[in-house]
Design a protein around this ligand. Structure first.
Ligand SMILES: [Fe+2]
Ligand SMILES: [Fe+2]
Length: 231
């Protein structure tokens, strides 16, 4: 794929996975907002798109002979199995753990920062329930449709999942702001530190998770549906 200033950021990240380093450096959203062209995504962050494009091209060139995982060769079935194993399964354990820790930190340290800790606990709990229901829909409805090659029928649920991904992205932004970019406060106890660390990891995993769904799996289904490919 030729990378240009108008290329959608999600497609750049899907074709050249190491360019996500550049996106992370500038906090450019390549997963939930992956449909935006590079110039628009840079505008949103007040960045010079030509400079960012150069960084992306440098990153691609620097790693030209290095083997990175390209998702293009993966079938939808393989992508779904990868998503379930790498992202869904661990989340069913991690989300209750993080929500529990957020509640515990709130109960013990409420007086130190009541507003932030109360809001954080409610955002994490909301994210837990939202994601558990979202993953259940993917597993019970959408993924089976895709595995059966029902591309056109899958378009409706895909649109709903994309909207829910945006909501997840908003919750993650909120968490990043509330934790001041996951900077651990001086007075933080062990659970508090573990919570900040766990939330930063959650953000990282969810960005990869949503990126593979929106920009690789769903993109393949939309493309197949457009071309009228049936199994
Ligand atoms: Fe998912
Ligand atoms: Fe999803």
């Amino acid at each position: 794929m030729k990378v240009e200033i108008m290329s959608p950021v999600g497609q750049i990240a899907a074709a050249h996975p190491l360019t996500t380093r550049v996106f992370a450096r500038h906090q450019i959203d390549y997963c939930c907002g992956g449909g935006l062209p590079l110039d628009k995504a840079c505008d949103k962050k007040g960045l010079d798109a030509n400079k960012v494009l150069k960084e992306i091209k440098d990153e691609i060139e620097r790693n030209a002979d290095q083997k990175t995982q390209s998702w293009a060769a993966f079938s939808p079935e393989q992508l779904i199995d990868h998503i379930l194993e790498t992202f869904h399964d661990p989340l069913y354990e991690e989300l209750p753990r993080l929500a529990g820790m957020a509640q515990k930190v709130l109960e013990v340290h409420r007086d130190k920062d009541p507003e932030v800790l109360t809001t954080l606990s409610s955002v994490v709990l909301g994210l837990r329930y939202e994601l558990e229901s979202h993953m259940a829909t993917e597993e019970k409805t959408l993924f089976p449709m895709i595995k059966q090659g029902k591309w056109t029928a899958a378009l409706g649920p895909i649109a709903i999942m994309q909207r829910e991904h945006e909501k997840v992205g908003q919750a993650l932004d909120k968490i990043r702001k509330l934790t001041q970019d996951f900077k651990v406060p001086d007075e933080a106890c062990t659970t508090w530190k573990a919570l900040w660390h766990g939330l930063e990891r959650l953000e990282d995993d969810l960005h990869s998770h949503i990126h593979i769904e929106n920009n690789v799996l769903f993109f393949k289904v939309l493309d197949a549906s457009r071309k009228g490919i049936q199994t």
